[in-house]
Design a protein around this ligand. Sequence first.
Ligand SMILES: Nc1ncnc2c1ncn2[C@@H]1O[C@H](COP(=O)(O)OP(=O)(O)OP(=O)(O)O)[C@@H](O)[C@H]1O
Length: 587
Amino acid sequence: MNIGALVRRHRLLPGAGVLLGLGGTAATLLQPLLIGDLIEAVALDHSLTWPILLIAGLFLLDAVLAATHFYLIGRAGENIVLDMRTTLTGRLLHSRISAFHRLEHGDVFTRTVADTSLARVALSSSVSQLVTSALSTVGCVAVMAWIDWRLLLVTAGCLGAASAVALGLARAVRTAAVANRTDTSDFGSGLLRVLGALTTVKASRAERREAERIGRLADAARVSGIRVTRLSALLMPSMNVGTQVSLAVVIAWGMARTATGELPIEDLTAFIMYLFYLVSPLVTLFLSLGELQQGRAAIDRVKELAEIETEDGYGDGETSRTREAVTTAAPAGAAPEPPPAVEFEGVVFSHSGAEVPTLDGISFTLPRTGVTAVVGPSGAGKTTLFQLIERFHTPDRGSIRLAGTDTAALPLDELRSRIGLVEQEAPLMRGTVRENLTYARPDADEAEIAEAVSAAHLTEVIAGLPAGLDTRLGEAGTGLSGGQRQRLAIARALLTRPEVLLLDEATSHLDSDSEEALRRAIADIGTRCQVLTIAHRLTTTIDADRILVIEDGRLRAHGSHAELMDRDATYRRLAGRQLAPAAGAAS
Ligand SMILES: Nc1ncnc2c1ncn2[C@@H]1O[C@H](COP(=O)(O)OP(=O)(O)OP(=O)(O)O)[C@@H](O)[C@H]1O
């Protein structure tokens, strides 16, 4: 995220705000002079109408300018924060899965919500306050020097000492505030992680332990927050002490000089008023310097997040990082046959940090229709295989083709519109059953929805819900059983009419009705597209047209259930043990 460009995009409103702020400062600075004139007019018994009218007009102008300045700067700040948040959201949603998984969700949340707010304050009000208060200070000092430079020297001595203390305090406030941000972020991350695993926390009876741990994080944020308040609380009084001392000196010495006639009383009055005016911009100056420093720390955190690696060069001025298409050539002279649904050719891939390849030299070809089961021990690389087809990662070597076209050559949007993915946990979004079904195809009509629901063997389930398709589901699809949730996710994937359906079979035990419904649904869907399923049940592998056995990132064997039982020891072991839950029923 280019902060310079961001500020330039929004320069008009803050620019106008600063100009109005400067107008307000000028109006403020004129007031003591006009009050001096009023005192002089009273002393000389002149008419008071004009001086009073002028002063009233100036007060009014000052108020209008200050209000408009405040509004414009606030509005500019909101525009800036919106710009930052939409940029961040866009980049996060288009981020590479591998880069996203390295982030702490709580930290992402703090950066997107809280740090952007701090950055907004820094880039709008702090900058404008810095400009206006610096110019107010300079203006005040200049007029005070013009009225009586010797009184100014006395004032500068007293206020200068107070300012040095205030500057030190402002720096300490910044350091404490940065520490407070980190503590608050740690608290947020800790809380989010625990809430995300609430059932595990409860099952482990760890509520009290977690409450104490999160409580300690919250307390650390409280302690650093109190430190910020303590230091901030000292800032204004330190300036007040400086003002009071300089006021006492100015009044004592000024009155003595007035008594001798060396200094006119109206000059002394105006000087004292300027002295009061000076304190506020000075304090604002130090505070906005502190805020600006805090804002810089927040801006750095926002920029760091905005640099997350994205897919297809999103937001980097590059539209697609796709490479030239490599298509499967049809054999010369032969009638053009539809290319296979999926082809892997010598695919090698390593997750970052892995010492050995996660997938090593994988090659296979899957026809346009049918059911293919992928089996293998835990950690063999089955999920990674799916992730490569969806191009969540790109192979280090080799190629993957979808209907004859290299997936690297397809725009991501097109590639993913041709593939359906049903994850093991089958997360559902908030909203109604209908909203969940049409998530990938918001324009699907009733007939298409009914067809997908029927193909996933869900018609009766949905008819039994209180409001049918318009029944609202809870946070993670609560209200539906595990098997129903997975079939709902299958129906959602089917609505996009995918050429390939990737299905990560649920490991949890489904009741026999659910399992039978899922089995029939998969068999039906396999007649219209290629279903590639990570199989944890023997029923799935027995029914499958072909089985791929993956072990240690290599394709060990492929064939039908009977063939593999005959010639592959790993498959026999898996069929005997890991695929065991349904083995009794199937054999
Ligand atoms: N994001 C990641 N970063 C680094 N290594 C990873 C990542 N995801 C998976 N791995 C590693 O890659 C290997 C293959 O993981 P994968 O999830 O593909 O296996 P799997 O066969 O699906 O296992 P399971 O059946 O237990 O889900 C494992 O050793 C795993 O630790």
